[in-house]
Design a protein around this ligand. Sequence first.
Ligand code: DAH
Length: 338
Amino acid sequence: MKDQITATQTEALARIGEVEDARSLEDARVAILGKQGSLTQLSAGMRDVPKEEKAEVGQLLNAARQAITSALEEKKAGLQAIADAKALEGIDLTLPPRPLHGGSLHPLTLIRDEAIQILRRMGFALAEGPEIEDEFHCFDALNTPEDHPARNEKDTFYFDSGKLLRTHTSSVQVRTMETEKPPVRIIAPGSAYRRDEIDATHLSVFNQLEGLYVDTDVSLGDLKGTLEYFFHELFGPETDVRFRPHFFPFTEPSFEIDVKLHVKGQAPKWIEVAGCGMVDPAVFESIDGNRKDDAFDPAAVTGFAFGMGLDRLAMIRWGIKDIRLLIENDVRFLKQFA
Ligand code: DAH
């Protein structure tokens, strides 16, 4: 038995030594250590070894197994090293690498995330709604009558089904009030669509950020304080912000907000960035009419709403002269934000 073990070990190590590829190495492993392998079969013979020799023979067998296993491992590593070297053959490692172009966030994403962060600090939660809307959520529920110019076919993208691409994110106000109860404090960033002529300050697909706050005692002071704070956080405490009386069907009173835009080499000018106002009781009425719980009773709740153009905010933030730069994806423009 002892001689047999020594012979098997010698034979096995010789076979492993001769192997030249991974496939035959695996064959060798199976032939030696597999179920029917030479060493395995020898181990089975332990049964017939006389008791007094068992310890010695057992040790010999273990030593053989260890020697074979480490020879297999060594061979495997050796073969891998040869394969690696082969893979690198003909590759000049001294060549300088091509420069890596790291991606970076688009300015619109940057400004959107920053706006969200500021508003979340003030307790606003994110909300969303569909971009393909119906007239009810986009107009009727927002106190915008049938003959309002915003509903004109020439101003809005209508589908044959009567649905439309939302002209503002204000529809999310309605969607939120349909499912939530006051107090409601939400913001909804997203795309809006209009049949505008494209020029330096207009796109037909643009980005808005809507806000809505409804509770029992929301005042115009809250509206002004919130938005002034927001713009000062976003553009710096020195930034000029003004509220101009305006009209929106869904707010009363309503305002437009302008921020002073500074572009190098140009005289500073006011640029309109947002609309806002106190939610018109008629909006609460249309929501409440469709609910059974009177949650938005116009006699009990008040609120303010605002909608801002994210593209405009980006233009002000970085002094961008032409809004079209934001959609052209010219790398020379984009890499300035990396
Ligand atoms: N939806 C308006 C627009 O697209 C912006 C707006 C004005 C939103 C007043 C509001 C608001 O929430 O209160 O021009």
